[in-house]
Design a protein around this ligand. Structure first.
Ligand code: NAD
Ligand code: ZN
Length: 368
């Protein structure tokens, strides 16, 4: 089995940590852990759903790590569970099982769990080390990498958090095989995003191999997950705190976040909203003459091939435009819009008018 090792630099903590990607990695977590943190005692945090699918494999993989029986803390996941009360439950359970400075928190789950358990670990005893074992596409290519952890507040998403780079990210693409089809597709919009923003080669690979990727074939999935991880690793290594380069990761997210907000986070999975957001950005760039028609066609076609998204025809353009103005990516009054200029290349535009944006949304079929 091929093992891919990618390094992430954390300026914040002056450390470097690996992302290790390999088929069947989940079955040998104990050996990985013994290398990363000899003598550490693993405590797993996962969710009932994820653990139902992968608990036996992970338990077997961790056998022999630590000198006490494996403790597993299960908490609810999903966006609605991503708040301080769930973090508090993790603290309670960490105390129950006597977590101490020898503990390594092994998070097995999607982005919600990674963010929430990562935050619990960041703050418990002023910081326990974390190993991320991501189980969704979003977590494998995005949220587990970069050290941002946190939870939502009733007044907004991800308002409470910290930087807590993991000891390692251990990625087993086989864990994705149990994902519901809709979750898989939602994650793949973010994968298309990586190709669109920084790798024409990844983009072309996606065009060629999309059917195999949608079927979760490892041979097709592994290089794609690896390439996305490399891109995210590179971006956060250079710009951990999202001041410059990290902004390109927001391609499709300005309109995406707005669509999520105006539907109260109930209609779209995040990736689906980003899919629409990318189409809006493509339409806008094309209308400005910043993106050639052939490139625009390729981008729009690949987004559409990922799958169908919940409809937007009933949503008001004015509401959507207004919501983009409230996005936290507004810096000193101007919207920083990630503009595609070629396959694999973007630029940050600071002069996008609300009229242009409205026109682009009109071409997607939103309600005037
Ligand atoms: N920290 C960051 O840099 C960063 C970046 C991007 C996104 N995020 C966060 O990530 C979250 C979204 O993550 P997500 O899309 O992974 O959602 P999620 O964690 O809610 O997982 C989606 C669903 O899939 C289920 N699931 C997870 N793994 C599974 C598996 N292998 N098989 C079957 N079911 C499985 C979960 O139980 C859940 O119901 C958001 O809260 C977002 O804010 C954080
Ligand atoms: Zn996203």
């Amino acid at each position: 089995v091929k093992v891919i090792d990618i390094r992430v630099r954390s300026a914040n903590r002056r450390t470097e940590y690996p992302i290790i990607i390999a088929e069947q990695l989940a079955g040998s977590l104990g050996a990985q852990l013994a290398r990363l943190a000899p003598k550490a005692r693993p405590i797993v945090v996962s969710s009932p759903r994820v653990w139902r699918h992968h608990g036996p494999l992970v338990t077997a993989g961790l056998r022999g790590a630590g000198d006490t029986p494996l403790e597993v803390i299960l908490v609810a996941d999903g966006e609605r569970a991503k708040h301080l009360r769930t973090v508090s439950r993790v603290y309670d359970r960490l105390l129950d099982v006597k977590a101490d400075r020898r503990t390594v928190v092994v998070v097995v789950g999607g982005g919600v769990l990674g963010d929430l358990a990562g935050f619990a670990a960041a703050s418990f005893l002023r910081g326990l080390p974390v190993v991320q074992v991501p189980t969704t596409v979003v977590a494998q290519v995005d949220s587990a990498i970069g050290g941002k952890v946190g939870v939502n507040h009733s007044r907004g998403k991800n308002l409470i958090g910290a930087f807590h780079p993991p000891l390692a990210v251990l990625t087993d693409p086989r864990l994705l095989s149990t994902l519901p089809a809709r979750e898989l597709r939602a994650g793949l919009y973010e994968v298309v995003k990586y190709g669109a923003i920084s790798s024409a080669r990844l983009f072309a690979r996606l065009e060629r191999r999309l059917p195999q990727i949608l079927a979760c074939e490892s041979a097709a999935l592994v290089p794609v997950i690896a390439e996305c991880s490399r891109i995210k690793a590179r971006v956060v290594s250079i710009d951990e705190h999202e001041t410059g380069l990290r902004r390109i990761l927001n391609f499709g997210h300005t309109v995406g976040h707005a669509l999520e907000a105006i539907t109260s986070y109930t209609r779209f999975l995040h990736g689906e909203a980003v899919g629409w957001g990318m189409l809006a950005a493509v339409a806008l760039a094309r209308a400005r003459g910043e993106l050639a028609p052939t490139a625009a066609e390729r981008l729009a076609t690949l987004v559409d091939r990922v799958g169908t998204r919940p409809a937007i025809g009933d949503l008001s353009i004015a509401d959507c435009v207004e919501a983009t103005a409230r996005d936290k990516k507004v810096v000193a009054g101007t919207l920083h819009f990630v503009m595609p200029v070629a396959i694999g290349r973007t630029r940050i535009a600071t002069d996008v008018t609300t009229r242009e944006l409205a026109r682009a949304l009109r071409t997607l079929g939103m309600r005037p």
